[in-house]
Design a protein around this ligand. Structure first.
Ligand code: DAV
Length: 378
């Protein structure tokens, strides 16, 4: 019989859930774990994200114990650094990611992992929402967070635990045009510019990591992992927020906004210079005196082995507060840029964890930040 695992908790004090933005003082966070992480088998939306020249092409199966151990060492160290800054840290509970999964519409030989909580759980105010997700291999990932959700539900009488409608993720949800592994970057860029993405508009789909929280505004990337219906669903779900769709035509593999567009503090955003926000979409920010500056170049020319993400994980940073930023320890250019902006930089070694699902923003999700709901774009 399946027994519900006990949550791995930072401490036993009752939890309180609240977070409205990406930069207010962080007091409680979930940090992912690498245990059991898989290279998932091919499926339509995942294949579309793997670049033609990637070492991931055609691979699948369990990741090595050695690589998981190294990743966990860095994840644990990251958790310790956060704790030393007064941040309480909880960890998800892995399920058996190697087990085949199925629904009435499809079967997939395995799941993925639970290293990047940011992709799955969206905290807005006192609510934690489980995203629909968009990859079949990530359909059941929310289960890893349920022990924590139950604990928060018991502790905080005002916490709202919600789940967006599970998509069917049948073949109708994916464009067969993206099935070829010989598309080429030129055609991909044309398709991205035309907003012709791998996901169709069959049903609402979104990953939580396509959403950035700016107080009363939610900025959402339309791309491979979030479709327009997903954005519309978010708009209807958060009637007291403004939900604005953005897209970045320079990105041939647009998944998740957090290696593309990163708010640092009220009034300041760094933007990936290869994935510029189009001028007409910049208006929204400029009108309210927000500055959008080019992010520094990554320090590496290639991602580490067996990694889905691009070198732009350099800008996938975690704000501890408006003046303190966690940056991957080898990203010297990004650290220097933040230093010049007057921020305190906490260097965090993390490249061994990248392959399990991303960098420091991906590997966390907020439980509690100080501060209240602010309208930054009145
Ligand atoms: O640039 O490959 C990575 C985002 C991971 N959450 C990229 C996007």
């Amino acid at each position: 019989m399946f027994e519900t695992p006990k949550p791995v908790l930072g401490n036993d004090k009752p939890a309180v859930v609240k977070s409205w933005d990406e930069w207010s003082p962080l007091k409680h966070v979930i940090v992912g774990v690498a245990d059991g992480g898989m290279i998932p088998p091919g499926e339509p939306a995942l294949d579309a994200k793997v670049p033609e020249d990637s070492d991931m092409k055609g691979q699948w199966g369990p990741r090595s114990q050695e690589s998981a151990d190294k990743a966990n060492e860095q994840l644990d160290n990251f958790a310790k650094v956060l704790e030393s800054r007064g941040v309480r840290v909880d960890r998800p509970t892995p399920i058996d990611f190697s087990a085949p999964v199925s629904t009435p519409d499809w079967e997939n030989p395995s799941s993925f992992g639970c290293m990047p909580p940011r992709d799955v759980i969206l905290t807005v105010g006192k609510e934690m929402l489980e995203a629909t997700m968009s990859y079949r291999c990530r359909f059941f990932e929310y289960l890893c967070y349920r022990p924590l959700m139950q604990k928060y539900f018991e502790d905080d009488p005002h916490f709202r635990h919600t789940a967006a409608p599970k998509p069917r993720m049948s073949d109708a949800s994916y464009r067969p045009d993206y099935l070829s592994d010989q598309i080429g970057v030129e055609k991909r860029l044309k398709w991205t510019a035309e907003k012709f993405f791998v996901t169709t508009e069959e049903e609402p789909m979104f990953d939580a990591a396509d959403v950035l929280r700016f107080g009363k505004d939610l900025i959402v990337q339309h791309g491979f992992t979030t479709n327009l219906k997903g954005i519309d669903w978010l708009r209807r779900h958060y009637p007291d927020h403004r939900v604005t769709a953005v897209n970045f035509p320079g990105d041939p593999y647009p998944i998740h906004i957090d290696a593309t567009f990163t708010p640092i503090r009220p009034g300041l955003i760094i933007n990936n210079p290869e994935r510029r926000l189009p001028d007409e979409q910049r208006e929204f920010f400029h009108r309210n005196d927000w500055e959008i500056v080019d992010a520094a170049r990554p320090a590496h020319n290639t991602p580490p082995p067996l990694c889905y993400s691009s070198v732009w994980l350099s800008m996938n940073v975690l704000m501890v507060d408006e003046k303190t930023v966690c940056v991957e320890a080898s990203e010297v250019n990004q650290m220097e840029q933040f230093d010049k902006m007057g921020l305190e930089v906490l260097p965090i070694p993390f490249r061994d964890a990248y392959a399990f699902g991303g960098a420091l923003h991906c590997a966390t999700t907020d439980v509690f930040r100080e501060g209240d709901l602010v309208d930054y774009f009145p």
